[in-house]
Design a protein around this ligand. Structure first.
Ligand code: DX5
Ligand code: ZN
Length: 220
């Protein structure tokens, strides 16, 4: 089986010791650090901004996987790139000029990912398949960590993979929401290779490193 990259979402980390928690995830073998940016408008919750990205940049050398769940993401791309983002994921639902915004992200030296909410069909991506670097399929409604995985999203991951293959795109598929050792094999089978997890890592009963190991074992 080909490998997966695990992106640990700090949304479930203990922010009173964020540095330690990130170092623990790094020592446990996580590949990326996922940062969920929410504005209380595109999604109900309000979380973090460029300041936290810049803080994480000083804590770790791991790639920073920044997921923008904000209105007008195009207005903030430069701030996040300057703060040290490696990947910038933008939702197709709130980015009318998606082609231009992807190009803008890439011109700043970041990888550009396009995100689909659970209600958004796979074929919305067709026009940008050749341009984007990866796709992020939401497997919960964005806004919070600790939600239940939506099983019908497995089918969408497979549809996205099919569409990308038909367009000759090697873009990887990332999944985000409710990923555990039980749900991971389902999305892996469907074609996901970039795996985001918050609860299954930072709130794993036996600790962060054990949580990462459990995810890896699920598809070993
Ligand atoms: C949800 C966020 C996710 C969230 C995942 O809107 O995009 O990254 O932190 O949390 P879990 O893994 O607990 O579902
Ligand atoms: Zn996310």
């Amino acid at each position: 089986m080909d490998g997966i990259l695990i992106s640990s979402s700090i949304l479930s980390a203990d922010f009173s010791r964020l540095g330690e928690q990130i170092h623990e995830a790094e020592a446990g073998g996580v590949d990326w650090i996922h940062i969920d940016v929410m504005d209380g408008s595109f999604v109900p919750n309000i979380t973090m901004g460029p300041f936290i990205v810049e803080t994480c940049r000083r804590i770790t050398k791991l790639p920073l996987d920044v997921h923008l769940m904000i209105e007008h993401p195009e207005r903030h791309i430069e701030d996040f790139a300057t703060a040290g983002a490696t990947n910038l994921s933008i939702h197709i639902e709130d980015t009318p000029h998606i082609y231009r915004t992807i190009e803008h992200i890439q011109s700043l030296g970041c990888k550009a990912g396009v995100v689909l909410n659970p209600g958004t069909p796979a074929n919305r991506l067709e026009a940008v398949a050749a341009l984007m670097d990866y796709v992020l399929v939401m497997t919960v409604n964005p806004g919070y960590s600790g939600q239940q995985f939506i099983p019908v999203m497995v089918k969408k991951v497979a549809q996205v993979r099919q569409m990308l293959d038909a367009q000759g795109s090697n873009a990887l598929i990332e999944v985000d929401g409710g990923i555990t050792a039980e749900t991971l094999p389902l999305v892996y089978q469907a074609g996901a290779r970039l795996i985001v997890a918050a609860t299954a890592i930072y709130k794993y009963p036996d600790g962060i490193a054990a949580g990462i190991t459990a995810l890896r074992r699920a598809v070993a």
